[in-house]
Ligand binder design. Sequence first.
Ligand code: NI
Ligand code: MN
Length: 226
Amino acid sequence: MKITFYGQNTLAIEVSGKYIVIDPFISGNPLSKDKVDVNSLKADYILLTHAHEDHILDAETLAKNTNATIVSNYEIAMHFQDKGFNVHPMNHGGNWKFDFGNVKYVNAIHTSSFPDGSNGGQPGGFVIEGEHKNIYIAGDTALTMDMKLIPMITKLDLAILPIGDNFTMGIEDAIIASDFVECDKVLGVHYDTFGYIEIDHEVAKKKFYDAGKDLMLLEIGESIEL
Ligand code: NI
Ligand code: MN
C-alpha cells in the first residue's frame, strides 16, 4: 500500500492495483494548489469523509476526469448521484468489500454541511483493510470513545489522524486517539492549511515521541509505503 499526502486531508492510496483518493482539496489549498495538478491524479474511487469544502472541493473535477466511484455517507452520495456521478452510499458501522479491500464507514464527531449549507449527513471516517495492511482515516473529528471500537475488529498498521486543533483534535488528543485505536504509527493531517490550524512540526513530533509513538508529517506530494 502506497500513501501520498496532498495537503489537508487529501491522500492518494494505491492498493491492489487500484487508485483511491481521499477528500480531494487541492485547487483551493494555498499549500498545494501550485504543487499538485488535480488533472494528473488517478482515481478508481474517491472516498469523502464529510461534505465540508476542504474535503470535497475537487471531487467533481476528479470524478469527471476519471469516472471514479464516489464513496461516502448516504446524503453525500445522493448529492453526487443527482449530478450524474457514480456513487456508492454507505452509513456508519457499515462495511463493503470493494475490489481493493474492505471499507468500513466509522463514527466521527464533527459537522458535515455542504458549502451551500445543504445537508451533508453525518461525518465519518474510514477503516480500510487492504490486502496486506490496515489503515484508519479518522477524517475531521474530536477525540471520541468510539475510536476504542476499531481495534476490537481491526489490527491497524497506520492511523491517519487530524492534529491541527481548533476544528478537530489537536496533538494531545490525537496521542490519546492513537492509544484508543491501538496504533502507535500515526500520519498527521489537517494542519497548517489555514491560520487556525498552524502547528509547530518539531513540537508535535516530540510530543508523540515522548508518548512512545511515531508521528509522520509528509511534505505535499511525499509518499510512504506500508
Ligand atoms: Ni470539516
Ligand atoms: Mn476539514
